[in-house]
Write a new protein. Structure first.
Length: 242
């Protein structure tokens, strides 16, 4: 428990130091809005990533990280899981099949994704404020592609990601019934979720189905459009050779 509190204390101190440094830089340099968002996004993302990885690599006693109820042995710890990217540390107890695992690194993951959102928002603001030689379609794409991706994530992917293991198994069963002639047959042996690329997998005895395959393709298309439009806008800013 002491190690867990120490990590939170370090995170708070780093946030305070970063806020002070950002305020000093903003008053002295008076940067454009998109540059401020870029700096905030990069700093927040790096801090969230480092904080999350600390649970997996700096600590070696998962019972302390996974909480007091493991120490009381009311819900014995089955196993822990560490993912490097996106960073995550999960505690799986005997009741995780019904309620899902615990995520002690949720704060760091939120910081990471907030940093990514700020970087994207800063890039969209930069593209929208470019001078008139920049094509309108490129500026529009740099703004609308992230908005479309966020809408797709909030309406289609996030609801499935947030389901408990029991509800997700029921969703897999409903999908199998709806696609009886093309779906894998057999019993459901488990479920799995991933963020990059987004995946909500139903594991059957003779195959695996991703419930967000179409949504993952849509998010990939949004990313491709966003990167292409940003590249097209940036190409106009590069110095031309004589």
């Amino acid at each position: 428990m002491f190690a867990w509190l120490l990590l939170w204390l370090v995170l708070i101190v780093q946030l305070a130091a970063g806020a002070f440094a950002y305020g000093f830089w903003k008053r002295r340099r008076r940067p454009a809005r998109h540059r401020r968002w870029w700096l905030l996004g990069a700093g927040t993302g790096v801090l969230g990533y480092a904080h999350t990885l600390a649970y997996g690599f700096a600590l070696t006693r998962p019972a302390e990280i996974c909480g007091q109820r493991t120490l009381d042995d009311d819900y014995p710890l089955i196993h822990t899981r560490v993912d490097v990217f996106p960073p995550a540390f999960e505690c799986h107890w005997t009741d995780s099949s019904a309620y899902g695992p615990s995520h002690p690194t949720a704060a760091g993951v939120w910081l990471l994704w907030c940093g990514a959102a700020l970087l994207v928002a800063g890039t969209a603001a930069w593209a929208a404020n470019l001078p008139s030689p920049a094509p309108r379609w490129a500026r529009a794409g740099a703004v609308l592609a992230p908005a479309a991706a966020a809408t797709l994530w909030v309406t289609r992917v996030a609801p499935l990601m947030g389901l408990s293991e029991t509800d997700l198994s029921n969703e897999c069963f409903r999908w199998q019934v709806a696609h009886l002639h093309s779906a894998p047959s057999g019993e459901i042996t488990g479920t799995d979720r991933g963020l990059l690329p987004p995946a909500v997998d139903c594991v059957f005895t003779d195959g695996t189905v991703n419930l967000v395959r179409a949504e993952a393709f849509g998010l990939s298309c949004c990313l491709a459009v966003f990167l292409f439009c940003c590249f097209r806008c940036a190409a106009l800013r590069l110095p031309r050779s004589p």
